[in-house]
Design a protein around this ligand. Structure first.
Ligand SMILES: *Cc1c(COP(=O)(O)O)cnc(C)c1O
Length: 217
């Protein structure tokens, strides 16, 4: 079992048109470089400080995705380089990202995180909040962010039917909200344990860590 082998095997199972985000949280720069050597350029981290430290040490053509929960007061630390923020779940956070992006004279790509799991612990907007945000026109005022799509996490369970149901639900929501936000094209769903189901249900972006690097401590 090696990072290279795992990565190549997984890439073979991912259809064209689905983006692989290699989730490197807690992993070393050496481990990331092993994945980089296979041609992988998109990496996901869930802590801004850790991501920034790695960004400074690693090749500049890496596209860094923030996949974790983002605190508003920390957006400024990644605003100069982050490529896509997956976990945006409040208007206030979007406004802060817009403000920091303006300072950097950049446009920052975002995904709106939707709560689809039964578990109460996971972050994300509910359907109502998403609809309100999409229809209110407030997004038009945020000139330095670009909403590319939606992101969601299924319940952590062995019950495949439940996982599938939750992904189907997010996909339906994506199609509905697309009527209001015609520019959206990305649906980030699926991790090591459930990415094949997510792809079957319409994912365009999978976030995979442990299936490549092995279990985290
Ligand atoms: C850690 C994490 C992943 C990757 O999880 P694995 O099970 O290791 O593939 C994906 N998405 C988010 C939001 C994460 O925090």
């Amino acid at each position: 079992m090696s990072i290279t082998k795992n990565l190549i095997t997984i890439k073979e199972t991912i259809p064209e048109g689905v983006t692989l985000v290699v989730v490197s949280k807690t992993k070393t720069v050496d481990a990331i470089m092993e994945a980089y050597a296979t041609g992988q350029r998109i990496f996901g981290e869930n802590k801004i400080q850790e991501m920034t430290e790695k960004m400074e040490k690693l090749p500049k053509d890496i596209l860094w995705h923030m996949i974790g929960h983002v605190q508003r007061n920390k957006v400024k630390y990644m605003a100069s380089y982050v490529h896509l923020i997956h976990g945006v779940d409040t208007l206030k956070l979007l406004q802060e990202i817009d403000k920091q992006a303006k300072k950097q004279q950049r446009i920052i790509n975002c995904l709106l995180q939707v709560h689809i799991a039964e578990e109460a612990t996971k972050f994300g907007m509910d359907e109502e909040e998403l609809r309100t945000l999409a229809t209110s026109g407030v997004l038009d005022e945020l000139t330095n962010i670009k909403v590319l799509g939606l992101m969601g996490m299924a319940t952590y369970t062995e019950n495949e039917e439940q996982i599938r149901r939750e992904f189907k639900h997010l996909k339906r929501l994506f199609e509905t909200i697309r009527g209001r936000l015609p520019g959206i094209s990305e649906l980030s769903m699926g991790m090591s344990a459930d990415y094949t189901i997510a792809i079957e249900e319409g994912s365009t972006m999978v976030r995979i860590g442990s299936a490549i690097f092995g279990a985290r401590n």
